[in-house]
Design a protein around this ligand. Structure first.
Ligand code: DC
Length: 228
């Protein structure tokens, strides 16, 4: 069988990673979280003391000397930045903002999109991000756009942070998400948008289990169409 590409796009906090990971596991596909790659770049910029809002040129030159890789383990995808496993560090709120800022820099996207396309050539994948169906994998057989209201997304992200023991404030989380929505959708290169041909799934008010069932049901129905 040829490999299958499933793209999952949508705004921050829509539950893309958790739902996509569960769907990939159920289908036996490889899950690739592209946001983690942008987060690793944001983390490196912070560590170097760069201002991610104004230092675009420095972030671009930093990429010449930056190695990003992913490894799959039993507990999921691990992100490796210059040989260091930074999977835990990239989830901090300040890294989210730095990732969103750095993702608007052309040299960052060029490098990461190349890596993402190479990964999708090897295996059947569920790949999540902002520009997967519209730019990274425009020929993906199944494209999904996952969304929810900003309040719902902020509540989910807030609960996740608290569960991980990271101090958080709901209003700040909501403001960060609104900032990233605007940033990610308004950048010049490969902005967040509903890809042509994508199925839009709104998970507002759903439990995680309901969202996973909705996504899996949608994918399986589409896969059946391909096999008929
Ligand atoms: O999915 P996430 O919240 O982990 O992504 C972090 C940031 O990375 C997001 O605000 C924008 C950027 N990003 C992107 O520009 N393109 C992608 N394919 C994935 C993430």
């Amino acid at each position: 069988m040829n490999t299958i590409q499933i793209s999952i796009d949508g705004p921050a906090g829509a539950g893309k990673s958790t739902i996509s990971k569960a769907a990939a596991r159920a289908l036996g596909f490889t899950y690739i979280d592209t946001g983690a790659m942008y987060r690793a770049v944001g983390l490196k910029a912070i560590r170097l003391g760069l201002d991610t809002k104004t230092d675009a040129d420095k972030i671009a030159s930093m990429m010449d000397d930056t190695d990003i890789d992913i490894r799959h383990a039993d507990d999921g995808q691990h992100i490796i930045l210059d040989g260091e496993d930074v999977t835990a560090q990239i989830r901090l709120p300040e890294v989210s903002i730095a990732a969103s800022d750095a993702s608007a820099v052309a040299a960052v996207r060029l490098k990461l999109v190349g890596l993402q396309r190479r990964l999708a050539e090897k295996d059947s994948v569920v790949m999540d991000g902002r520009d997967i169906g519209s730019f990274v994998l425009p020929d993906a057989q199944i494209k999904i756009y996952l969304t929810a209201t900003v309040e719902d997304r902020a509540k989910r992200r807030y609960d996740e942070l608290i569960e991980k023991g990271i101090a958080a404030n709901y209003d700040e989380v909501k403001a960060d998400i609104a900032y990233r929505d605007k940033n990610d959708a308004s950048r010049k290169i490969a902005p967040l948008k509903v890809p042509d041909g994508a199925i839009v799934l709104d998970t507002t008010g759903n439990t995680l289990e309901q969202s996973i069932a909705l996504m899996l049901g949608t994918i399986k129905e589409r896969l059946r169409c391909f096999s008929e």
